[in-house]
Design a protein around this ligand. Structure first.
Ligand SMILES: NC(=O)c1ccc[n+]([C@@H]2O[C@H](COP(=O)([O-])OP(=O)(O)OC[C@H]3O[C@@H](n4cnc5c(N)ncnc54)[C@H](OP(=O)(O)O)[C@@H]3O)[C@@H](O)[C@H]2O)c1
Length: 241
């Protein structure tokens, strides 16, 4: 692999943090652009340029302007943003739990923000180098695999994200042939997002962020560059849309 830059969006995510550390340690990685609402962690090295912003369209435009000098050289992009619960909301178990505010919040963070990046990054990523964008989806976003129901807003936000990835991949295939879009399912990973649900995870099935990040980097380096979106799990296995 020749030298490259990376862009990690939603950089406070525990999986993003692990990926950043692995990129920083990679001899061919010339620099990491990390975008987050939060300030950089103490572990960040001088290889990482930390850009703070709140993911409004204006904030995304500002980041795109800052990284514009690296257009065509950023060949690995992670879009990690995702919310499942917070102080005021937990996944819905039944129809009576549905709240417009929760549906809107999930759709905004899990679907609209990643789509804004897909929209605005195309001119910066198109070029001659093979480039992968991994957008963090979830197996629960698979419409064909929905056997248990529940978790309405999170499920719908990831299913909608998957549709936007598929649809964008058709346009990227025309306008930025060097780019592959990956809807990535990390598996249940030990992060704040999964914390309240970890008790029901079978032994050995709760992954560390470091493991998932190294799996993802392997997948990105080895994925078939065929202008089609892929929906892949942590083990590089396809998930049916
Ligand atoms: N952990 C799991 O078991 C699991 C399973 C399946 C899928 N996933 C997906 O993996 C991705 C990474 O999650 P994680 O497990 O690493 O969780 P995490 O450590 O809790 O990270 C949360 C991520 O979501 C972003 N975020 C949170 N609230 C936001 C808001 N209101 N607006 C914009 N961005 C917001 C954060 O970005 P900032 O840097 O800006 O804070 C950060 O990137 C998510 O998309 C999640 O849905 C995780």
């Amino acid at each position: 692999m020749s030298s490259f830059y990376t862009l990690v969006i939603g950089a406070s995510s525990k999986i993003a943090q692990a990926a950043i550390q692995q990129f920083e340690a990679h001899p061919d990685c010339l620099g990491v652009f990390a975008v987050s609402r939060s300030l950089p962690p103490e572990t960040a090295t001088s290889k990482t340029h930390w850009l703070t912003g709140d993911y409004t369209e204006q904030a995304i435009d500002k980041v795109c302007k800052e990284i514009a000098p690296y257009a065509g050289k950023i060949t690995k992009v992670l879009v990690c943003n995702g919310v499942l619960h917070d102080d005021s909301m937990m996944p819905e178990r039944k129809l009576e739990d549905i709240r417009a505010s929760q549906l809107e919040a999930m759709l905004h963070t899990n679907t609209i923000i990643p789509m804004l990046w897909l929209s605005k990054l195309l001119p910066l990523l198109k070029g001659e180098h093979a480039t992968q964008i991994a957008l963090f989806s979830a197996r629960i976003g698979s419409i064909s695999d929905n056997k248990t129901g529940g978790w309405y807003s999170y499920r719908a936000s990831k299913a909608a994200l998957n549709m936007l990835i598929q649809t964008s991949s058709i346009e990227y295939a025309r306008r930025a042939k060097n780019v592959k879009l990956i809807a990535f399912h990390p598996g249940t990973t030990d992060t704040p997002l999964s914390k309240p649900f970890q008790r029901s995870v079978p032994e050995g099935k709760l992954f560390t962020p470091e493991f998932v990040a190294s799996q993802l980097l392997f997948i990105m380096n080895n994925v078939e560059m065929n202008n089609k979106a892929a929906y892949l799990d942590w083990n590089n296995q396809p998930i049916s849309w």
